[in-house]
Design a protein around this ligand. Structure first.
Ligand code: FAD
Length: 372
């Protein structure tokens, strides 16, 4: 049996491509290494699945390569796609979730669509090699091949070498949207404490990125929404050897002078912050010979490194995008070969942007193969 399209990887991107090609009458096979499709999808958004975001997607990725496809398949087109599968969504502060707030609902409608359009799905079948145009594992043949293998962030697999024989290559993969490891000196006493701060990632004097949001202190580093934001910047700048530091401003809504005035009026550190934060700031001010207001506004964690890939939501890095057409995602090196989702060197910000890319890129490939 020869298929029109073999999809390697039954994640959200591969399933989307398969549905879009099959609804155009193509014979599609999905090969999934895991024992079921969509396992990572189930873990997204703490099980609620933050599918998309109403904010502009411009500037929310490591690369402008995404622009053409996200313009062709913006939020509206993605919502229509999911509506067509029978999925109702709702918005919360710009983030789009399934109405049920359960990732399993998204997976269920996608699986039903795969069934409806006659997509063949083989689970527990890992693609080990691809040859010619195109044979996978020596026994599955197709006119077109999509590599939608995602990344090894969290519990995924690294399978990009499957397309190296076709001349493709990949950039180094670095964990992103991940807690950051830091020097422990200034973490003392803070484990488990949460605060709303402005966190700034710096390399020497250079400010690389800043995020105002929640930070969570851990015994070996920091986590929380603010830190996830900084971790993208750290990975995209490949600052993995401890050359960066994080400056924390514990009172971002107050200027240095306002703080100074408050302290001179008798406001205590303990009257403003969690007692452990107050104690840490006091220790830091003493050791660095700073005023309390300086220590509050610039509390430094040194030797910043990305946390492990097991804790990451995505990997920064992947197949070199220049080798693919930015409208269809077909390879420039091998006709009929495609890549989508996180397999490509594309990583998005926190807030639904990674699933948006996975879905849009899957739609683009499904349409390109379906129209042949
Ligand atoms: C804990 C967690 C929470 C997240 N939350 C969000 C969120 O709320 N919003 C958001 O936008 N993003 C989120 N993400 C990121 C998002 O899940 C991914 O970016 C997205 O799933 C990528 O889709 P994909 O289809 O490219 O890859 P995946 O979903 O990873 O799918 C790839 C599939 O390919 C299979 N595979 C790999 N190698 C082979 C092989 N050789 N043969 C056969 N099959 C293979 C894998 O088993 C996998 O099923 C989260 C990620 C994690 C880990």
């Amino acid at each position: 049996m020869k298929y029109d399209l073999i999809v390697i990887g039954g994640g959200v991107s591969g399933m989307t491509a398969a549905i879009c090609a099959a609804e155009r009458g193509k014979k599609v096979l999905i090969l999934e290494k895991g024992d079921r499709v969509g396992r990572k999808l189930l873990a997204t958004g703490n099980g609620k699945c933050n599918l998309a975001n109403t904010a502009s997607t411009v500037g929310r990725y490591n690369t402008r390569f995404v622009d053409e496809i996200l313009a062709e398949y913006p939020l509206g087109a993605q919502s229509e796609f999911f509506l067509g599968l029978g999925l109702l969504t709702r918005e919360n502060a710009g983030r789009i979730y399934p109405y049920s707030e359960q990732a399993s609902t998204v997976l269920n409608v996608m699986r039903a669509a795969l069934d409806r359009y006659g997509v063949e799905v083989l689970t527990s079948v890992g693609a080990e090699r691809a040859e010619g145009h195109y044979t996978v594992n020596g026994k599955y043949h197709a006119e077109n091949l999509l590599i939608a293998t995602g990344s090894d962030a969290s519990f995924g697999y690294e399978s990009l070498s499957l397309v190296y024989p076709y001349g493709h290559s990949s950039t180094r993969r670095i964990p992103s949207l991940v807690p950051l490891i830091t020097d422990k000196t200034n973490l003392k006493g803070l484990k488990g404490i949460r605060a709303r701060v402005k966190a700034v990632l710096c390399e020497g004097e250079r400010e690389i990125s800043s995020v105002s949001d929640e930070i969570i202190f851990k015994d070996n580093g920091v986590s929380g929404t603010a830190i996830f934001g900084l971790s993208s910047a750290l990975a995209r700048h490949a600052l993995i050897n401890g050359e960066a530091e994080i400056k924390i401003d514990f009172a971002p809504d107050l200027t240095h002078d306002e703080l100074k005035s408050l302290f001179s009026q008798g406001i205590a550190l303990e009257g403003m912050f969690h007692k452990e934060i107050a104690a840490a700031v006091r220790r830091y001010a003493e050791s660095e010979k700073l005023s309390n207001e300086e220590a509050v506004k610039s509390y430094v964690l040194k030797d910043v490194r990305p946390g492990s890939r097991e804790l990451a939501q995505v990997m920064c890095g992947g197949l070199v995008t220049d080798d693919f057409y930015s409208d269809t995602l077909e390879s420039r090196l091998s006709e009929g070969l495609y890549a989508s989702g996180e397999a490509l060197d594309v990583d998005g910000d926190c807030g639904g942007f990674n699933l948006m890319w996975a879905v849009a890129s899957g739609m683009a490939v499904g349409k390109a193969c379906g129209s042949k």
